[in-house]
Design a protein around this ligand. Structure first.
Ligand code: ARG
Length: 269
């Protein structure tokens, strides 16, 4: 009888353990591991870039604040930008923090926080160039973009719908890598506003401005950045949203944008 009882007890304990694990929310798992894991692509100042061999930037500050709120440590991994959504979806990291534009396509795979920054698409061209001022001027030119970004999708779509006939598109690992070959491999680069402005201030002979159509309308609507988490990870998302809300309200995010733009210019990121 004793044996049977202890067997029943053991089975019960195992069952509780298994149910406990299965039901363990994303948040509990993070707390018990002591780590909040973050995927980024660190070639995107002022949101993420290398400074003294460390990944710093606005996104890192946001995620550190979330980790602090959870009482855990943030660990960040630098991956190719176009692998962040699938990585977070597969649970390889708890969050993606990468100046990532919230859009419907990505929303099919991951959930997004409330927006914390916004951007528009900018064109980087040689400072002396007078030929590329609007979207239509990019016909027949070679454009560089960071792979899997909204800049990549914008130009790909314009090529596909024949607005940009004969335009070449080359993808690079980062906007700065694309900008480094302006005048040799590409004629111009398209990327998000602040990143474009930092690249231009770090490199002589380039200029940047908003990418508009010949009729003066924007090439693409304003984009908003969000932190992404695995679908249905509501409790983690709630904490992230609460943290972002506070940081927006007291102007901290704005302050970080200024601070890290200056830092990025200092190190030429
Ligand atoms: N906002 C753009 C997008 O979502 C570009 C983001 C690039 N971010 C980065 N960390 N490289 O596609």
């Amino acid at each position: 009888m004793k044996k049977v009882l202890s067997l029943v007890l053991a089975v019960l304990m195992l069952a509780t353990l298994l149910v406990g694990c299965g039901a363990k929310s994303g948040l509990d798992a993070i707390k018990s591991s002591g780590k909040l894991t973050v995927y980024t692509e660190a070639g995107f100042a002022p949101y993420e870039f290398y400074y003294n061999n460390e990944i710093v930037g606005v996104d890192m500050e946001i995620m550190k604040a979330v980790a602090a709120k959870l009482g855990v440590e943030m660990t960040v991994t630098d991956v190719a930008f176009d692998t962040i959504v699938s990585g977070v979806q597969a649970g390889k990291a708890n969050c993606g923090a990468a100046g990532m534009t919230i859009n419907d396509e990505r929303k099919e795979s991951v959930d997004f926080s409330i927006p914390y920054s916004s951007t528009e698409q900018y064109l980087i061209v040689p400072a002396a160039d007078e030929t590329m001022k609007t979207v239509e001027d990019l016909k027949g030119k070679n454009i560089g973009v960071q792979e899997g970004t909204t800049s990549d999708f914008l130009i790909s779509d314009l090529i596909a719908d024949k607005t940009l006939d004969g335009t070449g598109l080359t993808v690079y690992k980062s906007p700065a890598a694309a900008a480094a070959v302006i005048g040799t491999k590409v004629d111009a680069v398209v990327t998000d506003k602040l990143t474009a402005e930092i690249i231009v201030s770090n490199n002589t002979g380039l200029k940047t401005f908003a990418l508009v159509k010949a009729d003066g309308t924007v090439a693409q609507e304003v984009e908003e950045y969000g932190i992404c988490v695995a679908k249905g990870n509501e409790d983690l998302l709630a904490v992230i949203n609460e943290v972002i809300e506070g940081l927006l309200k007291d102007g901290t995010i704005e302050k970080w944008v200024t601070e890290f733009s200056a830092k990025a210019t200092e190190v030429g990121a």
